[in-house]
Design a protein around this ligand. Structure first.
Ligand code: HEM
Length: 401
C-alpha cells in the first residue's frame, strides 16, 4: 500500500513550486499582487509538505522502533487533515471566518488523532533514544499553533489574551512543532543511515528539555505582550539546544563520511536560517539603530520557511519516499548540489532585500527565482520516486486483475 500522506506531500511540493514562480513574477511586477499569496506560499510548505510528511512517517518510525510492521493507513486522519487543508487554502486568503474555523478545527482534530495513534503505538515501547517524546511534544505545540493561527483573523486574540498573536503562532509552530519534530527525525534517521545512535540517551534528554522549555519561553513571551523574562531564557535555552543538536549531528555525519553527499549539507546548513532570526531577535528587542525590526518581522518568516524547513525536507523527503513509497530499506538522504546552492543563495537574497531597501524588488524576485530552481530540483527527484512507486502499484493492480 502506498503511503497517501507522502503522496500528498509530493503533490504540495509541486504546488509550492508554482507558488514560488508566482512570487518571482509578482516581484518583477509581471503579475498583479494577490493579498493572500504570502500565506498560501508559506502554508503550502508548512502544512502541505511538512505536516503531510510528518503524518506519513511518524507512525511508521514509531512502529519500526517497536519492531512491528507499519500500521495501516488511518483514512479518518487523512480525511480530516486533507479536508481541513483544502478548506483553509480557500478560507484564509479570502478571510472567510466560517471556512477558517472549519479548516482549523479539522486540522486540529487530525493532529489530536495522530497523537492518540502514536501513543497507542508507543505503549509498552522501550523508548530507545526517545524520539517519541520529541514527536508528541512537537505535536502538542502544533495544537497551540493551530488554535492561535485559526483565531488570528477571526478575533480570538481578545478571549485568548494574546499580546502579539502572530508571533505566538510562528513561535509555537517553528520553535515548538518543527524544531522538536526535526530533532526526533534526526534521532530516528541517523541510526538508519549510519548504524549508530545520534548521541547518548542523556545528551538527547538534555536537548529535549532545553528545546521544550526554550520553546515554552518563546511562546509565552509574545503571548504576554513581549515579556522579556519569558523570551530571553527561552531564546538562550533554544539556541543552546539547537547548537548542541547540530554539533552531535555534524559529528555523526562526519564520522560516517556522509558529507560527500549534498543531503548531509542540506540538513546542517538549513539550521543557519533558523539561528539567524534568533540571533537578530535581541537586536530588535533592544531597538539597535540600523536594524529594521518591522521589515525583518515581515520578511524573515519566508526565508525561515524556505531556508530551514524546506531545505531540511529536501534531504529527508526523498529518503521518506524511497523508504515508504518504494518500500526500499536502503534509502539515502536526498538533494543535490544545485538544490543546495540555489536554496541558500535564494534565502540569502530574501534576507539581503530587508537591508538593501533600494534594491528590494529585484532582490526579492531573484531570490524567488533561485528558490524556484531549488524546488524544481527537489520536485524532479521526489516526483520521480513517487511516479516510479505509482507505476509499480499500477502494474501490480493490472497483474492482479
Ligand atoms: C491550521 C493551521 C494553521 C492556520 C489556521 C494558520 C494561520 C495563519 C495565519 C492566519 C497567519 C497570518 C498571516 C498574516 O498575518 O500575514 C499565519 C502566518 C504564519 N504561519 Fe500559520 N497557520 C497554520 C499552520 C501553520 C504551521 C503548521 C506552520 C509552521 C510549521 C505555520 C507557520 C506560519 C508562519 C511562518 C507564518 C508567518 C508568515 C509570514 O509572515 O510571511 N502555520 N498562519
Amino acid at each position: 500500500m502506498l503511503n497517501p500522506f507522502l503522496l500528498m506531500a509530493v503533490f504540495y511540493l509541486i504546488v509550492a513550486l508554482v507558488a514560488a514562480a508566482d512570487a518571482a513574477l509578482t516581484s518583477f511586477t509581471l503579475l498583479p499582487w494577490f493579498v493572500g499569496l504570502p500565506w498560501l506560499r508559506v502554508h503550502l510548505i508548512t502544512l502541505g509538505v511538512f505536516t503531510e510528511a510528518v503524518f506519513g512517517v511518524l507512525p511508521a518510525f514509531v512502529a519500526a522502533r517497536q519492531g512491528v510492521a507499519s500500521p495501516q493507513t488511518r483514512w479518518d486522519i487523512w480525511l480530516a487533515l486533507n479536508a481541513g487543508l483544502i478548506v483553509l487554502l480557500a478560507g484564509v486568503p479570502s478571510v472567510n471566518p466560517a471556512l477558517i474555523i472549519t479548516g482549523g478545527t479539522l486540522v486540529f482534530i487530525a493532529v489530536l488523532l495522530l497523537i492518540f495513534q502514536l501513543r497507542t503505538l508507543g505503549i509498552g515501547h522501550n523508548q530507545g533514544h526517545g524520539s517519541l517524546k520529541f514527536y508528541a511534544t512537537g505535536l502538542i505545540y502544533l495544537l497551540v499553533g493551530i488554535l492561535v493561527g485559526t483565531g488570528l483573523w477571526v478575533g480570538w486574540n481578545e478571549p485568548l489574551r494574546l499580546g502579539v498573536p502572530k508571533e505566538v503562532h510562528i513561535h509555537a509552530n517553528s520553535w515548538g512543532f518543527a524544531s522538536l519534530v526535526f530533532a526526533g527525525l534526526l534521532i530516528d534517521l541517523l541510526p538508519a543511515l549510519t548504524g549508530a545512535a545520534l548521541a547518548t540517551r542523556r545528551t538527547l534528554t538534555f536537548i529535549f528539555w532545553a528545546m521544550t522549555l526554550g520553546a515554552l519561553g518563546l511562546v509565552l513571551g509574545p503571548w504576554l505582550g513581549g515579556n522579556l523574562y519569558a523570551t530571553v531564557p527561552g531564546l538562550v535555552l533554544h539556541i543552546g539546544a539547537t547548537v548542541w543538536l547540530l554539533v552531535v549531528t555534524v559529528k555523526a555525519l562526519r564520522r560516517h563520511g556522509l558529507f560527500a553527499t549534498a543531503g548531509a549539507w542540506h540538513i546542517v546548513v538549513s539550521y543557519i536560517w533558523i539561528l539567524l532570526p534568533v540571533l537578530v531577535a535581541p537586536l530588535i528587542l533592544l531597538g539597535v539603530s540600523g536594524i529594521p525590526g518591522a521589515d525583518i518581522e515581515a520578511t524573515a518568516p519566508q526565508a525561515l520557511i524556505y531556508g530551514w524547513m524546506l531545505q531540511f525536507l529536501y534531504a529527508v523527503a526523498p529518503y521518506f519516499a524511497v523508504r515508504w513509497l518504494l518500500r526500499d530499506e536502503r534509502a539515502r538522504l536526498g538533494g543535490n548540489w544545485l538544490s543546495l546552492a540555489t536554496v541558500n543563495l535564494g534565502s540569502g537574497l530574501i534576507w539581503a532585500s530587508i537591508f538593501l531597501v533600494g534594491l528590494r524588488g529585484p532582490l526579492h524576485a531573484a531570490g524567488y527565482v533561485l528558490l524556484g530552481v531549488s524546488l524544481a530540483a527537489a520536485v524532479w527527484e521526489t516526483g520521480a520516486i513517487a511516479l516510479a512507486a505509482l507505476r509499480r502499484a499500477e502494474g501490480g493492480m493490472v497483474q492482479a486483475v
